[in-house]
Ligand binder design. Structure first.
Ligand SMILES: Cc1ncc(COP(=O)(O)O)c(C=O)c1O
Length: 440
């Protein structure tokens, strides 16, 4: 049974205990209650994740309820022999914070525990995590298969930077499993890496992880998934066969819009390789202070996420009933074309969704009229946000946006924050009324 000491000791043993708590792996499980069943089975084996997150990681030296911040760049040694045995790996000690730091490790262990992973490694941003995974995996001449409408900077990394090193990318419709797998197989030369984001963060399309990951593994292709939207409390991709899970920890894991960070979770072999090579050589290290803020943020993740998800579903239902809205993209809605996959892979949703206004001319007056939704990028904090895709079309690569992402010009993304959902719906209502008077 995982307890507080397990968490302090290391995530590897805890992850094993977590996996043992699940009667079966995700493979072969189907039906709407798949993930929920496994979570219940876990609960039956010991304290729930929520309890563990609250109990774990106090300050052992002085019995503080909050852990200490080890805000130091380096660690010193008592003797030549002690330093030598540390550097050659016989003794586990800290050396330099770009490699390991106790506060950063505390955050990494929390994420490994939550994802059911052997280990996790933290980075200075989600993009530092994504670029380390990609650069650490591909070689010149390799091919990546990636879902369309992936996070735009990941898209730019794959289309602008990686081609300079002879790496190609093929974008696929992730909702079409057979087509995606055909692309992975290629003409006899399987892709090196399959990059998933489920749901995608603009159109909220899901992927069927189990068949994708199983076939990719058979072909020798590594599967990675950006799980920022769901967090490990909503979806656990490793149990569906995915090899590496990536998070922009700047979103829900931090939860307070005051941190930029990233993290990757997976097997010890893959994570240790990332830590030893890409993290050390590219140097995108998370700072101890940021890690401490993340530990604090993750403790309240269960309750925050539950509220975000409940309110987002309410807002999505309201938007669905509006005559000014052409389509609502939120996988938690029963009307979402992949709602069956949502019920199969997700314990619950989160607070980000998008919708298409009936007329592109409504976009500007609508977002300007909103009072409780601030205009801004990102999401995952306590506050409600609005981001119109039109800004991406107008200020970015218009052709790229339309061709690669298939994002309509009248698409508006909302982050539903922790405010009272009735107030948020009232705000949307008044903004619709302003936009329809002024814009159409
Ligand atoms: C889905 C998704 N993945 C990755 C990232 C990149 O994360 P970061 O901003 O922490 O580098 C973002 C940022 O918005 C995102 O939305």
């Amino acid at each position: 049974m995982p307890d507080r000491d397990d968490l302090l000791r290391g995530a590897g043993e805890v992850a094993a205990a977590v996996r043992e708590g699940w009667p079966e792996g995700a493979a072969g499980r189907s039906g709407p209650q798949g993930v929920a069943d496994r979570t219940d089975a876990l609960a039956a084996t010991g304290p729930s994740m929520e309890t563990l997150l609250l109990q774990a990681l106090g300050d052992d030296a002085f019995a503080g309820v909050s852990p200490a911040i080890h805000q130091t760049s380096l660690f010193t040694f008592d003797s030549f022999e002690q330093m030598r045995s540390t550097l050659d790996g016989r003794e586990y000690r800290y050396v330099y914070t770009r490699g390991r730091n106790p506060t950063v490790e505390a955050f990494e262990r929390m994420i490994a525990l939550l994802e059911g992973a052997d280990e996790a490694v933290a980075f200075a941003s989600g993009m530092a995590a994504i670029s380390a995974v990609l650069l650490g995996t591909v070689r010149s001449g390799d091919r990546i298969v990636c879902v369309r409408n992936v996070y735009p900077d990941a898209h730019r990394l794959m289309t602008q930077l990686l081609p300079r090193f002879g790496v190609g990318v093929e974008f696929v419709d992730g909702t079409d499993t057979a087509a995606a797998l055909e692309a992975v197989a290629g003409a006899g030369t399987p892709a090196r890496l399959l990059y998933l984001e489920s749901p995608t963060s603009q159109l909220f399309e899901l992927q069927d992880l189990e068949p994708l990951a199983a076939e990719a593994r058979r072909l020798g292709t590594l599967t990675v998934l950006d799980n920022s939207w769901a967090t490990p409390l909503g979806q656990r991709p490793l149990s569906a066969g995915v090899d590496l899970v990536i998070h922009s920890a700047s979103k829900y894991l931090s939860g307070h819009s005051d941190v930029v960070a990233g993290v990757v979770a997976g097997s010890s072999a893959l994570i240790e390789r990332l830590r030893r090579s890409e993290l050390m050589m590219l140097g995108g290290k998370l700072s101890p202070l940021e890690a401490w803020l993340l530990v604090r943020g993750v403790r309240t993740l269960p309750i925050r996420l539950e509220r975000h998800a409940r309110s987002a579903l309410e807002v999505a239902g309201f938007l669905e009933s509006s005559p000014h809205v052409k389509a609502v993209n939120y996988p938690g809605l029963e009307s979402h074309p992949q709602h069956d996959l949502f019920r199969r892979y997700f314990r619950h949703g989160s607070g980000v969704l998008s919708f298409e206004l009936e007329d592109e001319r409504m976009v500007e007056p609508f977002v300007d009229a909103l009072e409780l939704f601030s205009l801004g990028v990102s999401w995952g904090g306590y506050e409600s946000l609005v981001y119109p895709s039109l800004l991406g079309h107008l200020t970015g690569d218009e052709a790229g946006f339309t061709r690669y992402f298939g994002v309509p010009r009248a698409l508006v993304r909302l982050h539903v924050g922790l405010e009272d959902p009735a107030d948020l719906i009232a705000d949307l209502t008044q903004a619709f009324s302003v936009a329809t008077k002024g814009g159409t």
